[in-house]
Design a protein around this ligand. Structure first.
Ligand code: DC
Length: 237
């Protein structure tokens, strides 16, 4: 078989599990997808799964502030994630959830739902099953991947960026009715990070053995290159 030097250099051998954690607006999703595509790995967006279960709760009239009600209902929705980095998918009870999970309503409710231990236990199990069945390996992005979901990951990355840079990136992603001014986007983002970092069960945290990458001054291509290089270094060590 003919393999170009470029392809050979960019193909991670054997199975590799990469955990990418960090707050929102650090470029986690774009980086994780691009790295997975470059290295021929699967990709899992665990935030989309927390959003999907939140959307199901809201659609089924569950009070998301009522932890006991959320816990009781948490086993009901069937959540399926497609792990092709070129076209990741998410469905709930067979319905495509990619659009509805990105609304402001879901974004405002997701921290409350994801703080419920039963929700975390269920999704953690699902995430481990998906990761262990990825043939060539997988890039998994979230908040607690390196600390809780996949503590034995081959490489753990923790992405950070200043609140200003994160708010500017998030504002750029929002359109039409959802678009907010920079100050309120920053405020909502800082509030959600505080809730995600402050919860009792597997909060947003950097694993002791994670490599921290501050993306404030970096372009997306630079972050991708940095992560790919870290994976290649790990593989050749
Ligand atoms: O990455 P995101 O913004 O789409 O994530 C949505 C929410 O899901 C985030 O506010 C916290 C929660 N989340 C979590 O608690 N644990 C994860 N592994 C991923 C996301």
């Amino acid at each position: 078989m003919f393999v170009t030097v470029e392809t050979a250099a960019r193909t991670a051998p054997a199975t590799v599990i990469v955990a990418i954690d960090g707050p929102s607006g650090t470029g986690k999703s774009s980086t994780s997808k691009a790295v997975a595509a470059k290295l021929g790995l699967s990709y899992l967006d665990t935030g989309a799964q927390y959003r999907a279960i939140t959307w199901w709760m809201l659609s089924n009239g569950i009070d998301v502030q009522d932890g006991a009600a959320v816990a009781t209902a948490s086993a009901k929705p069937v959540i399926v994630s497609g792990t092709d980095p070129a076209a990741p998918t998410i469905s709930v009870d067979g319905a495509d959830a990619a659009g509805p999970i990105r609304t402001q309503q879901v974004t405002a409710a997701v921290s409350a739902v994801s703080a419920v231990p039963e929700v975390r236990a269920r999704l953690t199990e699902l995430q481990r099953t998906i990761a262990s069945s990825a043939e060539r390996g997988i890039v998994v992005e979230g908040r607690d991947i390196g600390t809780t979901v996949l503590p034995d990951a081959d490489l753990k990355i923790f992405l950070t960026a200043s609140p200003e840079a994160r708010a500017a990136r998030r504002s750029g992603e929002l359109t039409g009715k959802e678009a907010a001014d920079l100050a309120s986007t920053r405020e909502a983002l800082v509030k959600r990070d505080a809730a995600d970092s402050g919860r009792k069960t597997s909060p947003l945290a950097k694993a002791g053995d994670a490599v921290e990458v501050d993306t404030t001054e970096l372009t997306l291509d630079q972050v991708i290159e940095c992560v790919v290089t870290l994976i290649e270094e790990k593989q050749s060590a």
